[in-house]
Design a protein around this ligand. Structure first.
Ligand code: BES
Ligand code: MN
Ligand code: MN
Length: 460
């Protein structure tokens, strides 16, 4: 019998070709014209899972379909639910891509394509790991369930709804939810992520006069909505980088001393971090390190601003409206709904005269953090990573959000295991997204080793 390592090694080119196939679909969840491509992606996933002998289903929702597949239940052994998302972010600005975002291309041992790292490439490592184990005739020591969705990048509304049906709760029942949709802490450094921030996105619209006005005829006599919006937005943060919305920090937990010192041991190079993104220095809440600011503390960002004339040259108008899309990153124990209500009160209290405002809730998801020492899946995961990468994993949090993770862990009462194969410089959500070929291969291998190592968990 061939070893699973040999099998993966000799099939990695084929695995890459299959990843290329799915990367060619424009499964952009934010773009409603992509429904056909979403459907093709979902069907493609069904078509690779079914031939493995897995009980496979394409589950229709009001939004994008879910894909579910399972291997048989193993008496006395735990169940692992592997989650991933097949939707991707819009590729624009297109002109900044070296090669087309939906025509995957290999350069310097990286696969360049939208969705290569986030998350199609990462998601498929587990499918190919299971495929490899089954093909070499290795019995799986536990039941594996796959759950893939197509709305992660827009807040996971359909999966959230599905999760609360009693029948789906039974179907998805698992002891551990494994996700590869995060980053490694450096090249070749295996990483287990034990926390994610939550996120809440809002849009503030400021309305003034009933139409755009001549700024000579009216300027100086009416409130300009763009200025009103700018004033309101700049009041959210104080000079110490703290969010001024009353009550915002009420539920924020302090970072334990143990975790502070643990984070301080990570080999984080501040200068390199900033220079890689074209900056000399950063900013943030005073009293916290950069890793703490990014992973363990909330943040506020404006994601888009719109008002007035954007065309060539100038136009002397007072715009009738202005709007800002903005978001907060949340930390464990903060409630998105509570923060949304507090934010509304805050803006109402600082709104300048002469304009009206409207605050629209876009989506919200809570943060998560677990104690890695308490999870029984950490041991096989740690062993598998060490075996694959030749060094032990580091334990990190991440500042990004995977909206459904905390909710799924709660509803299913399952542990979470986040092991990412991405790199901080994979350009996820940016032009020239990439995924390293070695991360792809090591991901498949580590996943196979992990599944094999769960044998030691024995009875449930
Ligand atoms: N995979 C990312 C989240 C991520 C990125 C976690 C890097 C850790 C490191 C995910 O696909 C994502 O982009 N999430 C969005 C969610 C939002 C659109 C609801 C995010 O974090 O902005
Ligand atoms: Mn992702
Ligand atoms: Mn993403």
């Amino acid at each position: 019998m061939k070893s699973v390592e040999e099998y993966i090694q000799s099939h990695v080119d084929e695995f890459r070709e299959r990843l290329f196939e799915v990367l060619r679909f424009r499964s952009i969840s934010a773009d409603t014209s992509c429904g056909g491509e979403i459907a093709k992606t979902a069907q493609w996933l069904v078509d690779i899972l079914k031939p493995l002998g897995l009980n496979t289903e394409l589950i229709k929702t009001e939004g994008n379909p879910l894909i579910y597949a399972e291997t048989p239940r193993i008496a006395g052994a735990p169940t692992l639910l592997i989650y991933g998302h097949y939707d991707v972010q819009p590729p624009d600005p297109l002109e900044l891509w070296t090669t087309s975002p939906f025509e995957p291309t290999v350069r310097d041992n990286n696969i360049y394509a939208r969705g290569s790292s986030d998350d199609k490439g990462q998601l498929l490592t587990h499918v190919f790991a299971i495929e490899s184990l089954l093909k070499v005739g290795k019995p799986l020591p536990l039941q594996v369930k796959f759950l893939f969705e197509g709305e992660e990048e827009v807040g996971s509304a359909s999966l959230s709804k599905y999760l609360h049906d009693s029948s789906s709760k039974k179907k998805l029942a698992a002891d551990c939810i494994m996700v590869s949709d995060t980053c490694m802490f450096g090249v070749g450094q295996p990483t287990i992520t034990y926390g994610l921030r939550g996120v809440m996105a809002l849009e503030l619209t400021v309305r003034g006069p009933s139409r755009d006005l001549h700024s000579g005829v009216f300027g100086g006599s009416v409130t300009n909505p763009a200025i009103a919006l700018a004033k309101m937005i700049t009041q959210v943060l104080d000079e110490n980088g703290r969010i001024k919305v009353p009550g915002f920090y009420d539920d924020v937990l302090t970072i334990s001393e143990n975790e502070q010192s643990q984070l301080a041991t990570l080999p984080f190079n501040e200068d390199e971090f900033y220079s890689k993104i074209g900056l000399q220095s950063g900013c943030g809440e005073s009293g916290f390190s950069t890793l703490e600011r990014r992973w363990c503390r909330p943040s506020f960002d404006v994601n888009g601003l719109t008002s007035g004339y954007q065309g060539e040259g100038s136009k002397t108008v007072i715009p009738s409206l202005a709007s800002a899309k903005f978001s907060f990153r949340l930390v464990p124990n903060q409630s998105a709904e509570k923060i949304a209500a507090a934010t509304k009160n805050f803006f109402d209290s600082i709104k300048p005269d002469g304009v009206t405002i409207e605050l629209d809730y876009q989506h919200g998801a809570e943060a998560m953090a677990i104690d890695p020492a308490k999870s029984r899946f950490m041991k096989p995961a740690t062993e598998a990573l060490e075996r694959t990468f030749g060094r032990p994993p580091v334990y990190t949090r991440e500042g990004g959000s995977i909206p459904i993770v905390a909710e799924m862990a709660n509803v299913l009462n399952a542990e979470t295991l986040l092991i990412g194969w991405g790199q901080d410089d994979d350009n996820i959500h940016s032009p020239n997204e990439k995924f390293s070929l070695s991360a792809f291969q090591n991901g498949i291998l580590a996943s196979a080793h992990f599944i094999a190592a769960t044998k030691a968990l024995g009875s449930n």
